[in-house]
Design a protein around this ligand. Structure first.
Ligand SMILES: Nc1ncnc2c1ncn2[C@@H]1O[C@H](COP(=O)(O)OP(=O)(O)O)[C@@H](O)[C@H]1O
Ligand SMILES: [Mg+2]
Length: 171
């Protein structure tokens, strides 16, 4: 398979609360295929515990990587993968990565309103956003030319989706 044919995955990443799932839902309405990495982990039973201190499932990254690769082999066409994907998806499949960003105080508000996270978990996520954690993790895997950051703070989800679709047409 040529590089162009194989690089058809668009990674959709960002700190919890930036709007990944909102955007994924809109993309699905527009008939794009989107895999949510967390749902994929649960559907395929790829977790083996729950870390209460971090409030997240415990996974075997190697098993997840193999399963995702198999899925990609079977899956034709453009595919969005939502989640903390930087180290999971083989980079030869990646067309580009989107990192949704959000102003920290707006992110704090979004998380407080939409999640029953503890105060600590909210602040952990706000700090992660301030420290560019998702961006840095992605930059360790992909050249900056393949990473597009979108500041969602003052954009309605529909406009973000328009930006994404416009970027696809340019790549
Ligand atoms: N562009 C946006 N503007 C305002 N609120 C948003 C936007 N995107 C998402 N939200 C709200 O923020 C919260 C978190 O969004 P969500 O899509 O669940 O984020 P993520 O999947 O990245 O954790 C939800 O209540 C959602 O309605
Ligand atoms: Mg989500």
């Amino acid at each position: 398979m040529s590089k162009k044919q194989s690089s058809r995955v668009i990674l959709l990443s960002g700190t919890p609360g930036v709007g990944k799932t909102t955007i994924s839902d809109l993309l699905r309405l527009k008939e794009y295929s989107v895999i949510n990495l967390n749902d994929f982990i649960i559907q395929h039973g790829l977790y083996f515990g729950y870390d209460y201190s971090r409030e997240s499932v415990i996974i075997d990254e190697n098993v997840l990587k193999i399963k995702i690769e198999k899925e990609l082999e079977q899956f034709p066409g453009l595919l969005f993968i939502e989640g903390h994907t930087s180290e999971i998806v083989p980079m030869e499949f990646v067309k580009f990565a989107l990192i949704l960003r959000c102003n920290p105080s707006i992110l704090r508000e979004r998380l407080s309103l939409s999640r029953d996270y503890s105060h600590n978990k909210i602040e952990e996520n706000v700090q992660a956003e301030i420290m560019d954690e998702c961006l840095i993790a992605m930059q360790e895997q992909l050249p900056s030319s393949l990473i597009l950051e979108i500041d969602t703070s003052d954009l309605i989800p529909e406009n973000i989706v328009e930006q994404i679709i416009s970027h696809i047409s340019k790549t």
